[in-house]
Design a protein around this ligand. Sequence first.
Ligand code: ZN
Length: 305
Amino acid sequence: MAKLRGPHLSTPLTLLGSDRDALLRGDEGILDPGEDARYLVSRAGAVALHEDEDGTLHAVLETEDPRGGTLQPLVLLGRRDGYRVLAVEVPEPSPELDDPGRDLRDLRRVADRLHDRDADLAAAAVAMGFWHRSMRHCPQCGTVLEAEMAGWVLRCPEDGIEQFPRTDPAVIMAVRDGQDRLLLARNAHFPSGFHSVLAGFVEPGESLENAVAREVGEEVGITVEEVEYVGSQPWPFPRSLMLGYRAWAPGADALTLQDEEIAEARWFSREELAAALEAEEIQLPGAASMGRALIDDWYGRSAER
Ligand SMILES: [Zn+2]
């Protein structure tokens, strides 16, 4: 299939460029300052990056602890080139904490230009940043939680209950009919012209395959007969994991659109998609997304205008 760019795990693990070193998380002093400490700053889905002459973006690993006097938790992302890489989620803009030279870029918008080596680091920094922002109090008793295990566990000092970072699985599927046409739809929340493949969250107690079939049935009223897993991509906005599927609905008849969810949906042959792109009638998701990778996989090449 088309190579997934940006934050994903479908490439060989050697491309990720860092070791999470999860076994070190319990070590004393693992978050302490030191010559081997490097800091990656994030804020609400944006991460500190720098752009090289080619336009490729790289994670900025700062040498000074950027927290000033604040108590923002640190998270050990892992080790790279002998350095401990520590993520820091900084709060809303403040003159005290903002280094004027720091360039925080929204990862969702720039993921396709991110160097492969930094994809895992940036996705993990953003995901952990969102988690530390949202999980402050014990869900049982409301006490302020304390970070442990290098930022990967939050424990309640009153009752000892531990919280762990969560990932929400979502399926995303390229549905084909008996003529090998691809189903593209416009979600009611998407701007006019914007089409993609169908997607939805996995419900509790449901298998991934059943989630694919259920979502397709609910959204466009057709029956999927076969599904095939393609690959996954972390989508940490704030905490999804996209699980990509090819799906076949050979007996598909008329589409019945779910009123509030799907504004438009239709089958495209490859020629029809080429013509619609050429005429600028439709727009597809960005190059870094799993949705686009699935469309390109069916199309046989990059579906660019
Ligand atoms: Zn508690």
